[in-house]
Write a protein that binds this ligand. Structure first.
Ligand code: SF4
Length: 125
């Protein structure tokens, strides 16, 4: 059983452009998208944090991860893997820098992506 968390885009979450983190949560519960890998042995989703914003770029995501770790410590929990949200993977202009910083500091597996529910077009059929 893997224990995981998600890092998402603060701009998208903070402006309520992804209400309730529903896409990631549905995908996790259904074991779809990048969560399909947990179908056989299971997983627990212990938290969703955001990148801490565009200002400061990768310097803010690291303390955000450290705070998550502190919070998990309080419950004697730790992570086996971190998923970088589909919002960040698809829309962040700083994605490459952020990914590199996250991978360098995480010390656990970093998986690129979460759900696959982004529609190819907004109004097209
Ligand atoms: S740095 Fe990227 S992932 Fe973070 S809030 Fe800005 S656009 Fe979103």
């Amino acid at each position: 059983m893997k224990k995981i968390a998600i890092i998402a885009c603060k701009m998208i979450r903070g402006q309520n452009l992804c209400p309730g983190d529903v896409r990631c949560l549905v995908a996790f519960n259904r074991r779809e998208g990048e969560f399909e890998r947990y179908k056989e042995n299971g997983a627990q989703l212990l938290g969703i944090i955001d990148c801490a914003g565009c200002e400061g770029n990768k310097t803010r995501v690291i303390p955000a991860m450290a705070l998550l770790k502190l919070q998990l410590n309080a419950f004697n929990e730790n992570l086996d893997a971190l998923h970088v949200g589909t919002c960040m993977m698809k829309f962040c202009p700083r994605r490459d820098d952020l990914l590199a910083a996250i991978k360098e500091k995480a010390g656990i597996e970093v998986i690129e992506g979460t759900h696959t529910y982004t529609p190819p077009t907004i109004f097209g059929k």
